[in-house]
Ligand binder design. Structure first.
Ligand code: 0O2
Length: 236
């Protein structure tokens, strides 16, 4: 995920600068952005608002759930707006039309939030509580914890719709929520770095893929063992 943009105006200025200095690879997208700067700025602002709504929901759940447990279920919350490069790549890869409406309709992960927990069980409790809230609509769920990807990637992903209340309207916004344990996040961060590192010779890359798969198995074991220890402690 790209870094959290603390200040939306800073983020938009950075994006505008990217357009002006022509760093974006896509000629077509550059033209679209020049003509739609205000609309794109508004779009990112709405997604930023949706992220604030969802982040608050998890902070509230964390407070409440920690009352009934001997630990706080959430270790870290990270939010991010999709980087412009990544958005352009996805718009082109998915053959999405060059309009703000079409992008908002078809790209589901412009706003992303990652919830990092110590224990796997906490992930499932949080998912249940979050999806039980009456203003949250589930659009898609992928459980890569129950069904890890071939490379060993584990996380639980949701695409949800959440309302934001603006001056004169209510808008339903899509947000991607990823849930991971600390171990899953540690693994995914390294794997992500390796995936995007260019110029790795093929022989080395095959070795790294195999080693990462081994690490994924070790982290899955670690998560299971930590969960068991916590359970035993709770029963004392
Ligand atoms: P970023 O920078 O994290 O946003 P798509 O979104 O179309 O690429 P799909 O199948 O719709 O793919 O989405 P999926 O499987 O839910 O995965 C989307 C996000 O999950 C990715 O976003 C990653 O953050 C994470 N992810 C999925 N698979 C892997 C993996 O094998 N390794 C790692 N490290 N992360 C993974 P982006 O857009 O790739 O990047």
């Amino acid at each position: 995920m790209a870094n959290q943009k603390g200040n939306i105006q800073e983020y938009i200025s950075e994006k505008t600068r990217e357009i002006l200095v022509g760093r974006l690879s896509s000629e077509k997208f550059r033209g679209f952005l020049k003509e739609n700067t205000r609309k794109v700025e508004t779009m990112f602002t709405y997604y930023h608002c949706a992220l604030m709504e969802v982040e608050t929901k998890f902070k509230v759940l964390n407070e409440e759930l920690s009352l009934s447990r001997d630990h706080t279920p959430i270790e870290t919350i990270k939010t991010r707006l999709k980087s412009m490069d990544s958005l352009v790549e996805k718009v082109e890869r998915c053959g999405v039309g060059f309009s703000v409406e079409s992008i908002m309709e078809n790209i589901n992960d412009i706003a992303g939030i990652r919830i990092i927990c110590s224990f796997q069980d906490d992930i499932y409790s949080l998912v249940d509580s979050f999806l039980g809230q009456d203003d949250i609509t589930l659009i898609e769920k992928k459980d890569y914890i129950a069904n890890p990807k071939e490379n060993g990637y584990r996380s639980l992903h949701l695409i949800v719709s959440v309302p934001i209340y603006l001056e004169k309207q209510k808008r339903d916004m899509k947000v991607e929520v990823q849930f991971r344990t600390i171990a899953m996040d540690f693994w995914a961060s390294l794997e992500h770095k390796i995936k995007y590192k260019k110029d790795i010779p093929e022989s080395k890359s095959t070795k790294l893929v195999n080693e990462l798969k081994l690490c994924a198995d070790i982290t899955a074991d670690l998560d299971r063992k930590m969960q068991e220890i916590r359970q035993e402690l709770a029963e004392v």
